[in-house]
Write a protein that binds this ligand. Sequence first.
Ligand SMILES: Cc1ncc(COP(=O)(O)O)c(C=O)c1O
Ligand SMILES: Nc1c(O)cccc1C(=O)C[C@H](N)C(=O)O
Length: 408
Amino acid sequence: MNSFRFPQSRSDAEARDAKDPLAHCRAAFALPDGITYLVGHSLGPATQGALLALQRAADDGWVRDRVGAWNSANWIGLAEQVGAKLAQLIGAGEREVLVCDSVSVNLYKLAASAQPLAAARRLVVEEDEFPTDQYILQGLSSMTGVELVWAAPGQGVAELKGGVLVKSLVNYRTGEVADVGADEAAAQAEGGLIVWDLSHATGVLDLRLKTWGARLAAGCTYKYLNGGPGAPAFVFVDDALAPDLASPLPGWMGHATPFDFKSAYQPKEGAARFATGTPPILSLAALDGALDIFQGLNMSDVQQKARQLSQMSLVLAEKADLKTSCPMEADRRGGHISVRHCEGYAVVRAMYDWGIEADFRAPDTIRFGLSPLFLSYAEVWDAMQELTEILETRSWDKACYREKAVVT
Ligand SMILES: Cc1ncc(COP(=O)(O)O)c(C=O)c1O
Ligand SMILES: Nc1c(O)cccc1C(=O)C[C@H](N)C(=O)O
């Protein structure tokens, strides 16, 4: 990465902002002035496009056309239509992506349908994987009797041995990025399958799923895609594999002709066979509007800015004496960085009072999401300087900052 130069000073940061190809995107976000939002890796902020689309779906659909909007506004095809739009951001074909359900439900459906195609009756998950991925495989294992193997961090592919692995492309805690191409090649050589969890990767990395040989994936849309709280997730299914996959939850919306009301099940073509029940139309409409901001953007610019921002932040965090817990090389990270502090929760709460929003993962991890579409280099530079001051003055050292909320 020879051309990789990140800002070394505030004036450098300002100069970078002046020629930032993504700078115009900020105006599309409904973000209040005076806060630096470093939690886009958890919940992306609202865009004007999402809010307008939501309002339009309510007014022109629900209010004006009511049940007729399933046809007039094509609500019936919306999950596939939004899936096709999202497919462009992850390097997939149009009918290989369907927006549906939550990540948890989608991981279950994909892993369960992949298992009969794998060479071994074996489910694998890494010990530091996002908890829902672990719980889902535990549930699938106890439902089917297929053995569940917990692999050490980074050892999932080595432990796969022809089974089915569920693995994050970007680890939620460390931000570390997996090598999809290499992992897929190793898995395929043994007859194994990988279900990729793209939650922390979609909308911030330049994903090339088809080029890399990925076959199955699920991901969320409420982080870097800014779809909104509880926005529906998505599945990616390689077209070549789709006809061999049977959803374990074959609901009527995955039927080729749901309005024929037949007893015999005939799945839709492509990823759409993983639809279950009625899609959440208002949330889907908001996501549809949110995705418009990506039109005309080059995902390699998005990835490059995320990496510049995160490298700059990481170096400043180290200067502030914080221990980092993510890879130091930018190309091994996703869109967030993580650092450690024994009073991390109190630090995050103090930052909030200074107008800087970050998050905390027990026991001691602070995460900063460097969303490239609405953050400027200078703003992030200033936030890291303020964090340094909070640490130096121990402003976080107050009883009120230690009281934990339910959601951290
Ligand atoms: C890696 C990862 N997978 C899954 C989830 C949860 O997905 P859902 O709540 O849509 O099931 C999250 C975050 O919430 C996550 O970070
Ligand atoms: N999905 C979340 C939610 O429903 C409420 C609060 C936070 C979240 C998250 O994004 C958690 C998460 N994916 C994480 O990386 O920790």
